[in-house]
Write a protein that binds this ligand. Structure first.
Ligand code: FE2
Length: 429
């Protein structure tokens, strides 16, 4: 208020930070009105600042929530804390997964403007935890902060302000977020503490999510490893059974391995993709697994089988299917094993399927199986020579065998025998 209403006094008042300027004489209502306007403006300014802060906290917490890596979450939280409260140093402690009630410093950050050696003193948990449990705020200044610290900070450095926020999950304290200010005149405000509180509660959820996710990934990897070794084990066990079965019978010794090898040649000749070739080999190894349930000694006899014995023998594909079907990682080989005695013209068993109606792997293994059966000794006849067996395969094209597969097998087996012979290995007649 002035009685000298000059331009100079007005300018000077404004320079000194006055909101308005009143000339004498004045009415009281006029002053009240101006004060009211001033207060309104101040309130709006504060609200605007709070809104800006809230918005930045919101943006940060969105970024935190969007990350599934613990380190990234911690990094974002500490950056945001440094930013939000203008601290010299911030630290984040998390509960020791091995010891409940113990907290380990997981990350610390120093403000770019602060001394890089600035301390983030450890906490005196006996004093801090009860405050957190009672949900009381922990914001202290100067030497009053000492009782919350395990050791008072360096005497040369005066701790100006200290604020700590619990990271809580369903009432349990999983960690704490601490901010320290050593800058003279830079005390944390109650508003800043509240901002940290918001940040802390968002961080707790995100840290826990990231941890759960990492555990899940680890557990999943372990499970995958265990599963692979279990699968391998199981496969070997079944192959072992099939072998034991073959070994007990001199006529079928090595049969499955040879069928797998011939089927492999055909699969390559057909240009099948790698995973399908693997399946073909597996089917070759396992195609007769159903014979586990059949008394071979009864069937290994010279002369014809009785209809009963024939029925028993012919049940082996179905028995194999029943053995393999309940095992998830054997499911891909079930059709091949079940259909390896089907014939192209529909005269095979167990379903009497025809032509393309027979799964391809079944048709492949049928040719490989027949070739090996013919070129091996049986109880009722000696092994047939290679040429005769091939002639037999050709003769049965279109009736028993797929017309596309037999020629491929014949090319492949000739090639194979040539390679074997040139490598000095003995090949059957
Ligand atoms: Fe068979």
């Amino acid at each position: 208020m002035t009685g000298f209403g000059t331009v100079e006094t007005a300018i000077e008042a404004m320079k000194k930070g006055a909101y308005d300027y009143i000339l004498k004489p004045f009415k009281v209502e006029e002053v009240v009105h101006i004060v009211q306007r001033g207060l309104d403006r101040q309130r709006l300014q504060h609200e605007n600042i709070r809104l800006k802060d809230a918005l930045s906290i919101y943006k940060i917490s969105e970024a935190i929530a969007g990350s599934l890596a613990v380190e990234t979450v911690l990094d974002l939280v500490l950056d945001a804390t440094l930013d939000a409260v203008d601290a010299d140093v911030v630290s984040l402690l998390l509960e020791d997964p091995k010891r409940e009630g113990r907290f380990i410093e997981r990350m610390r950050k120093v403000a770019p403007r602060a001394d890089p050696n600035v301390e983030a003193p450890a906490l005196n948990l006996d004093e801090v935890l009860p405050i957190f449990q009672e949900d009381r705020p922990l914001l202290v200044h100067g030497s009053r902060s000492f009782r919350f610290l395990a050791e008072p900070p360096d005497l040369n450095r005066r701790l100006v302000s200290f604020c700590s926020i619990p990271l809580k999950l369903t009432g349990r304290i999983i960690g704490m977020l601490n901010a320290y200010s050593y800058t003279r005149g830079s005390k944390f405000s109650e508003g800043q503490r509240k901002m940290l509180y918001v940040l802390g509660s968002r961080a707790a959820v995100s840290i826990e999510n990231a941890r759960l996710y990492e555990n899940l990934v680890d557990a999943n990897q372990d499970l995958t490893k265990a599963n692979v070794s279990l699968e391998e084990n199981f496969k070997q066990t079944i192959i072992g059974f099939a072998h034991a079965l073959e070994e007990s019978d001199r006529y079928t010794r090595g049969h499955s391995e040879r069928v797998a090898m011939y089927a492999h040649l055909i699969a390559i000749g057909l240009g099948l993709p790698e995973p399908e070739i693997d399946t073909v080999v597996k089917v070759g190894l396992m195609h007769d697994v159903g014979k586990i349930g059949i008394r071979n000694d009864k069937l290994n006899k010279p002369g014809k089988l009785t209809p009963e014995e024939l029925g028993m023998f012919r049940s082996h594909p179905a028995k194999g299917k029943r053995i393999l079907e309940p095992i998830p990682f054997m499911r891909d080989i079930v059709p091949g094993c079940y259909c390896h005695h089907e014939a192209w013209d529909g005269s095979g068993y167990p379903q009497g399927l025809m032509a393309d109606g027979i799964p391809l792997i079944g048709r492949i293994v049928a040719v490989a199986d027949a070739y090996d059966a013919m070129t091996s000794d049986r109880a009722y006849r000696k092994a047939l020579p290679h040429e005769i067996a091939c002639g037999e395969l050709e003769r049965c094209v279109g009736s028993q065998f797929d017309p596309q597969i037999v020629p491929i097998f014949l090319v492949q087996i000739e090639e194979f025998r040539k390679l074997e012979a040139s490598a000095g290995r003995i090949i059957p007649r």
